[in-house]
Design a protein around this ligand. Structure first.
Ligand SMILES: Nc1nc2c(c(=O)[nH]1)N[C@H]1C(S)=C(S)[C@@H](COP(=O)(O)OP(=O)(O)OC[C@H]3O[C@@H](n4cnc5c(N)ncnc54)[C@H](O)[C@@H]3O)O[C@H]1N2
Ligand code: MOO
Length: 416
């Protein structure tokens, strides 16, 4: 197996004026404080939301000792004898008497265990003759009994603050009679495409025009993050239009994402406008695709000017915007996880930029990941991104990669 030298990225090896991916990610995360506005929601609107305060048990669950089986409730001491059936207990309709020596109560799953009884025998394990039963096997004391409070006791911390609420959490809160939760409010994200060449879907293409695809990928990736979205549409390539869009977004959004117009061309107004209206934190990163990525602030609004190339939009979103939004949401592990893999195909790469190439990864029978390229790695080739299920991450110092080299991958699962 061929391994590339594992050189640590140092600032000296970076092209001037650019940051390493890790430095840029650190700058983004260091500049963000989690949002601290809360809202109270009914449980049915709270799936996926982040709990702002711990949830405590208000009562014991189960609220009453009850049967785990359809059968007969009895005193364990009597389990060897013939027992007289004195009544029936249904879930929701308790038996109100007391089981005395030599007696039992017909009982259904979930019904309150009658006073006097301490065990339940499954109906499959008894012989019934009229109003009399006899157990056909042995029974342990307390068998098939679910005790009051064995799930939770009043005051127990059921969920810590910061928990992303899932289906089990919401069911558990409902079992406590809790009907609302206090969660952090959603992050508000405005997004737009910039470019005079862009045509909205549903309109015929004029000469030199292309369809706007970036808003669709951005919308879909934002959807996985459960944010409030403000779709600002297509912004034309004039300083006035870009400025107006920025001002409008900052009125309501916590984050503004643009795509296109961030490079050095004569119709690239995004970075200039950010400089004029807000503050630029960084603008160039030594990686591919996505070298020009403008990050800064417009007042209290975080700003990400993503490059226009469609694959670059997706890479920069996943590496920079997604962790930023997760941090704003109060989540503590925002960076995407990476895994070791063996690259089964040779890859072309020039040293000087870290590469995020598109790959197809599979595990072999030993659990080892293997990855192969999707082919054309142009940052305009969305089809290559669509065929991929991971990024192949190639360090800045590396050149071409031989088949059999150990690499690192970022699987897309859960990311988009
Ligand atoms: N002289 C230089 N030129 C370029 C450089 C450079 O360093 N020096 N960097 C290149 C790289 S790398 C990238 S990435 C792009 C980024 O440029 P912009 O952010 O200014 O993006 P645009 O020029 O507006 O668009 C690039 C490309 O993407 C297409 N595009 C834009 N928006 C959309 C959209 N919403 N849907 C689909 N496709 C879109 C656009 O038509 C262009 O083909 O700059 C390089 N140039
Ligand atoms: O960095 Mo650009 O995003 O390669 O295409």
């Amino acid at each position: 197996m061929t391994d590339q030298p594992n050189v640590t990225t140092s600032c000296d090896t970076l092209p001037s004026g650019t940051l390493a991916v890790e430095q840029a990610q650190a700058r983004v995360l260091d500049s963000i404080q989690a949002l601290r506005d809360t809202e109270t929601l009914p449980l049915m609107q709270a799936a996926g939301r982040i709990l702002a305060e711990p949830a405590r048990a208000q009562m014991q669950v189960p609220p009453h000792t009850n049967s785990a089986m359809d059968g007969y409730a009895l005193r364990h001491a009597d389990s060897g004898a013939s027992l007289h059936v004195i009544g029936t207990a249904f879930a929701g309709h308790p038996f109100t008497g007391t089981v005395q020596a030599g007696e039992c109560v017909r009982i259904m799953t979930g019904a309150v265990l009658p006073a006097g009884a301490d065990s339940v025998v499954m109906q499959e394990n008894v012989q019934r003759d009229g109003d009399t039963i006899r157990l056909s096997g042995t029974l342990k004391r307390g068998e098939n009994v679910r005790y009051a409070g064995e799930d939770s006791q009043p005051g127990d911390i059921l969920l810590e603050a910061g928990r992303k609420l899932n289906a089990a959490d919401l069911g558990m809160l409902a079992s406590q009679g809790i009907s609302t939760v206090t969660v952090w409010r959603r992050v508000r994200v405005a997004f737009c495409s910039t470019g005079d060449e862009l045509t909205p879907l549903g309109m015929p293409l004029q000469p030199g025009q292309i369809y706007d695809s970036n808003r669709y990928t951005l919308h879909a990736m934002l959807q996985t993050l459960d944010v409030d979205m403000i779709d600002m549409g297509i912004i034309r390539d004039t300083p006035q239009a870009v400025e107006q869009a920025f001002q409008q977004a900052t009125l309501t959004a916590d984050v503004l994402i643009t795509s296109g117009g961030v490079s050095v061309g004569e119709a690239d107004y995004v970075s200039d406008t950010l400089q004029r209206l807000g503050q630029v934190n960084f603008w160039k990163i030594a990686f591919k695709p996505g070298k020009p990525l403008a990050f800064g602030t417009l007042g209290d609004c975080l700003f990400f000017g993503l490059p226009g190339n469609p694959v670059s939009v997706m890479v920069t979103f996943l590496l920079f915007v997604r962790p930023a939004i997760l941090t704003l949401r109060g989540e503590s592990v925002p960076l995407v996880p990476e895994y070791p893999a063996i690259c089964d195909t040779p890859l072309k790469k020039a040293p000087g930029r870290k590469d995020y190439q598109r790959g197809i990864a599979e595990r072999d029978s030993t659990g080892q990941w293997h990855v192969r390229t999707t082919g054309n790695q142009g940052s305009h080739v969305l089809r290559s991104m669509s065929q991929a299920n991971c990024f192949i991450v190639l360090p800045l110092e590396w050149g071409n990669v031989a088949a059999g080299t150990s690499v690192t991958i970022i699987p897309f699962e859960g990311l988009m």
